[in-house]
Write a protein of this length. Structure first.
Ligand SMILES: NC(=O)c1ccc[n+]([C@@H]2O[C@H](COP(=O)([O-])OP(=O)(O)OC[C@H]3O[C@@H](n4cnc5c(N)ncnc54)[C@H](OP(=O)(O)O)[C@@H]3O)[C@@H](O)[C@H]2O)c1
Length: 336
């Protein structure tokens, strides 16, 4: 067995409702490059090295394999169910059948209940796996608060039924939150959003903190292995910026670990992905040692370049201008 990082030594973050979680989790999206077996193999290694939080999703196509890994870990007494914090998400084509989706994830993940259950995208717009970024589904529509709340209500019922412990939202904007927060009976515990040094979403980040919704940062390293559809020529490679390289050199580590330290110290929970043991071990360990200085934190704050990587083109409706319409950049919800 490789290195073990005592989970007790990993700093914790507390949600508004008192639930305490590790300050880092492991992502499980294979980016179309890694098989379910490679990803679940990494989850098995990660549990044994001390990870306790995992970010799964129905649409990642690997929950069954990851569930087998959880089951084996429980059976072998490596960890108890209550020690893991398991997150998953309902995909866009299941917004009307949330309980069915949740029950399937629980069965696949073999975990009895979900700790944090996200609505993956705030609309039911669906695209076929692997479709072209320019293709538009004729059924796709702009965001509707009414429709969203119908989906959210189903999540609230899942809390009442004990199938999930916390509700999460993902890929949201401030105007959408303004429209739906007053309609919720159970406040969301967390919001999963794209966050890395060149895409800091400061306004949304502050809004979430003001509303006691914990930001969880996806693509914390700038996702160097992301699918082709999410790669644009103008994208900036976070870890290759001179500032990140320089800080990494000063600490004698890979820039990935600097991005993770920055994320934790700023206050988001990063969920880095890797199938390589040396990487996922160092990602977890980086949370327990050698923090960044105030000057280094300030330097990384200047790297903001509004470089959104997941633009979401495939969720656009007919008549939408371009992907900017998904993100309400003028402060109002973009409709038809
Ligand atoms: N809610 C949403 O809509 C949403 C969207 C996207 C992602 N997510 C979640 O966020 C997770 C993370 O995003 P991501 O996987 O796209 O991107 P990421 O974590 O930013 O980047 C992952 C890549 O970084 C490299 N890496 C990891 N640790 C490293 C280290 N210590 N040193 C050097 N390189 C390292 C690995 O590349 P190599 O294999 O080349 O080493 C890995 O493939 C996903 O797995 C998923 O769970 C959620």
């Amino acid at each position: 067995m490789g290195e073990f990082i005592n989970p007790a030594s990993v700093p914790k973050v507390t949600f508004y409702n008192g639930v305490e979680v590790p300050c880092v989790g492991m992502g499980t999206f294979g980016s179309d490059r890694f098989t379910p077996e490679q990803v679940s193999g990494a989850v098995a290694g990660a549990i044994r090295c001390g990870y306790r939080m995992f970010d799964c999703a129905a649409c990642y196509g690997n929950e069954d394999q990851i569930g087998q890994v959880f089951q084996d870990a429980f059976d072998e007494g490596v960890v108890e169910r209550s020690e893991l914090f398991i997150m998953t998400k309902v995909w866009n084509d299941m917004h009307e059948r949330v309980e069915e989706s949740c029950r399937k994830s629980i069965a696949d993940l073999k975990c009895d209940y979900i700790d944090l259950f996200f609505i993956h995208w705030p609309f039911p717009n669906y695209h076929a796996p692997g479709c072209d970024v320019d293709s538009r589904n004729p059924d796709s529509k702009p965001f509707s608060a009414e429709e969203f709340i119908r989906t959210y209500r189903q999540c609230e019922e899942l809390v009442e039924k004990g199938l999930i412990r916390n509700i999460g939202i993902s890929n949201m904007t401030i105007p959408k939150l303004e429209a739906v927060l007053p309609l919720m009976k159970i406040q969301p515990a967390a919001c999963e959003m794209e966050l890395h040094p060149c895409f800091q979403q400061q306004e949304l980040f502050d809004y979430l903190n003001d509303h006691k919704i914990q930001p969880i940062g996806f693509m914390p390293l700038g996702s160097p292995q992301r699918p082709e559809r999410d790669i644009c020529p103008e994208d900036v490679a976070d870890m290759q910026t001179p500032e990140m390289q320089e800080i990494a050199k000063a600490h004698g580590v890979h820039p990935a670990l600097i991005a993770l330290k920055w994320a934790r110290q700023r206050g988001q929970i990063p969920i880095p992905f890797s199938v390589h043991e040396v990487e996922y071990v160092s990602n977890l360990k980086s949370m327990t040692e050698d923090p960044l200085t105030d000057e280094e934190m300030a330097k990384i704050a200047t790297l903001e370049k509004n470089n959104r990587l997941v633009k979401g083109q495939v969720f656009l409706w007919e008549g939408a201008k371009d992907w900017h319409d998904l993100w309400d950049e003028d402060g109002v919800i973009v409709t038809l």
